[in-house]
Design a binder for this molecule. Structure first.
Ligand SMILES: Nc1ncnc2c1ncn2[C@@H]1O[C@H](COP(=O)(O)OP(=O)(O)OP(=O)(O)O)[C@@H](O)[C@H]1O
Length: 339
């Protein structure tokens, strides 16, 4: 490993964000992103992803804790950080009467050392749309234009807030391919996403936010490995759950039944599957619809969100739950900081 690979391009320590009315959207989170890594922030709606990314982008100062991007405070030292970062916001908001080429040229005029506009349009697959007005683009094409503008400054660090929302399957795959190529070229990418398969396939590491806190973090494999695997099958005619080997001895930590269908949850997949199959062989029965699988990131995500909600509701007295404030408030705030 080179020294660069150890370098933390993004460092977040005990980060907090409290909005005007006193609502704490980010509650002391800590993580770091190494150079050339793709890091995904996942979370349910309102978990605090955008609130966090905006602090990394320097759009607002943290209410507590510390953020460093490329070794600088992105809010207080904006001039040092901004030229080296690319930002793709959730809503680009460019003048809709300009064409794609005009928009890209206009934006390039604001970026020092900008790549040629035609080159970035080519990279995101928008060359054929150069003369089309922004207002005539599809939702997915607008997201690609957002991405093109974020790439104009050839950034060392790229922030992508839900980069593939609104893209069809092909557009999403193209964007993933582009993000992978950027990583190969050494770009550090922090993205938020609602698509778990996007995080699973793309991210080197990820963090799952829930109610402003990190509920789980690690590589996609580490996060899923912490969740139980699943074995499901149909009980043969004439057999009952009690006829199986004792579930505890099989390493089963939970089970559900739906008619004859049985679903076992286990953290010892090999042991549980072996005991079950040896039992079936010995009993001379066939297990219909047998399905043995490790947890997917989606199952891990749902499990983590459920656990976090349960522990939060027992820890908090009623009445302390957040009130959701309209996104419009924050969009206005975003514009104010961006200005
Ligand atoms: N300006 C604001 N004032 C008060 N509360 C706000 C403001 N902006 C956001 N919030 C609240 O902070 C919480 C986190 O919002 P945030 O947009 O960061 O979540 P998110 O994880 O990005 O959600 P989504 O997946 O829906 O985009 C939400 O409860 C939201 O209502």
């Amino acid at each position: 490993m080179t020294a660069n690979e150890h370098e933390h391009v993004i460092e977040v320590t005990g980060l907090r964000r409290v909005y005007g009315g006193g609502f704490e959207a980010v509650r002391g989170i800590t993580f770091s992103v190494g150079r050339g890594e793709i890091f995904a922030l996942l979370g349910t709606n309102g978990a605090g992803k955008t609130s966090t990314v905006e602090l990394l982008e320097g759009l607002a100062p943290p209410s507590g804790g510390r953020v460093r991007v490329l070794g600088h405070d992105p809010f207080a030292e904006r001039a040092a950080v901004r030229p080296r970062t690319g930002v793709m916001l959730q809503e680009g908001g460019f003048p809709s009467d300009l064409t794609v080429a005009e928009t890209t040229r206009m934006w390039a005029g604001c970026v020092s050392g900008a790549r040629p506009p035609a080159e970035v349009l080519e990279r995101v697959g928008l060359t054929t749309k150069s003369r089309v007005r922004v207002k005539q683009l599809s939702g997915g094409e607008r997201r690609r234009l957002d991405l093109a503008l974020a790439l104009l400054g050839d950034p060392e660090v790229l922030f992508l807030d839900e980069p593939t929302t609104g893209l069809d399957a092909e557009g999403r795959r193209d964007t993933w391919e582009l993000v992978r190529r950027l990583r190969e070229a050494g770009t550090t990418v922090l993205l938020t996403t609602h698509y778990l398969e996007e995080a699973e396939g793309l991210a080197d590491r990820l963090a799952i936010l829930h109610d402003g806190e990190i509920a789980a973090a690690g590589t996609p494999a580490e996060v899923t490995a912490a969740q139980p695997s699943r074995i499901s099958f149909e009980l043969p005619e004439g057999y009952h759950l009690g006829d199986l080997p004792p579930l505890g001895e099989m390493g089963v930590c939970g089970h559900e039944t739906d008619g004859r269908l049985v679903r076992l949850h286990t953290r010892h997949l090999q042991r549980a599957a072996t005991r079950l199959l040896v039992w079936a062989e010995g009993a001379g029965v066939e297990l219909g619809r047998l399905d043995v699988r490790s947890a997917s990131l989606e199952e891990a995500f749902l499990g983590i969100a459920r656990e976090a909600s349960a522990s939060r509701s027992t820890a908090e007295p009623s009445g302390t739950h957040k009130t959701h404030k309209a996104r419009g408030t924050r969009q206005a705030e975003k514009k104010e900081y961006a200005a």
